[in-house]
Design a binder for this molecule. Structure first.
Ligand code: ZN
Length: 290
């Protein structure tokens, strides 16, 4: 690691409940030349016995910010380890912290920093880059930003500002998760396609559509000569009509995609559309590569 290794994180599965003997047998064989932090994922570990065990083996307790566990301020080794997972739902790590949510952490970090040799802080809240932004914001609040980090922070904040301008997210495009779960396939479809296009979708004859594949991973179809691929794993819709070039940038459907969703089983349509709606930001509507 060329001197860059701060410590190794041992992340335990959520299924592992309090079992000090098991964990101790593992701690016993850890090399002492490397620092370790352990992240528990079940409430049963939040006990004095756990902190004592960690102190005995000089393993850092990972102070987490996540929806399931309380943020316990425990310093159990020479190093302190903070980990911010975000507070989102499905998944939690799709989350952008507000500055007001980060501020209360500043005195906590300072307090722990006064007692530890070194403090590590990791943001694992987003795969689009919010982690970088949030991390730099905390460093700034701590008064620890270097000139280079100041520059980086400016760049990433500008980047997100531009994205907001381009995407023009509107309140009406947001549907509460509870409401979303109750919506019918037809109502869901209407949130993706305007009335004219939906009417034209209904005018397409069934024989013009050929559904080639419907699995949990993807749906493939042909309408006339146009291809449609819905890749549920990659969160990607590929299609190739000329209207698609217009509507896809707003993440809307053309009549062909409309026809496909009208023709799939209702359950399948609503499953897929709920997935797209609830993670619309991650979904890509694209043309087939040429
Ligand atoms: Zn089309």
């Amino acid at each position: 690691m060329n001197g860059k290794l701060g410590c190794l994180l041992i992340q335990l599965p959520p299924s592992l409940e309090f079992d000090p003997e098991l964990v101790e047998s593992f701690f016993k064989v850890l090399p002492t030349a490397i620092s370790f932090a352990v992240e528990f994922r079940d409430l049963s570990w939040m006990t004095e016995e756990t902190w004592e065990l960690l102190r005995k083996y000089d393993v850092a307790y990972t102070i987490v910010d996540e929806p399931l566990l309380p943020p316990e301020m425990q310093l159990t080794s020479k190093i302190a380890y903070f980990r911010w997972h975000g507070k989102g739902t499905r998944p939690w790590y799709n989350y952008r912290y507000d500055k007001d949510e980060l501020k209360p952490w500043v005195p906590k970090i300072k307090e722990i920093a006064g007692k530890a040799d070194k403090v590590y802080g990791f943001f694992n809240n987003h795969y689009h880059g919010y982690a970088v932004e949030n991390c730099l914001q905390v460093l700034e609040m701590l008064g620890e930003l270097t000139p280079r980090q100041t520059e980086a922070k400016k760049n990433i904040e500008n980047h997100f500002e531009m994205l907001v301008k381009v995407q023009k997210p509107s309140l009406e495009s947001f549907i509460e998760p509870k409401k979303l779960m109750k919506m019918t396939a037809r109502d869901l479809l209407k949130t993706f396609i305007d009335r004219q296009r939906l009417r034209r979708a209904r005018d397409i004859k069934d024989r013009e559509l050929s559904i080639q594949e419907v699995t949990d991973k993807q749906v493939k179809a042909l309408i006339r000569d146009y291809r449609i691929t819905i890749d549920l794993e990659k969160q990607l819709i590929l299609h190739d009509c000329s209207d698609w070039e217009r509507v896809s940038s707003d993440k809307r459907f053309c009549k062909h995609i409309g026809k496909l969703f009208l023709s799939l089983e209702k359950k399948k349509t609503s499953d897929i559309l709920k997935q797209i709606r609830s993670e619309k930001e991650s979904w890509q509507f694209k043309s087939y590569p040429k």
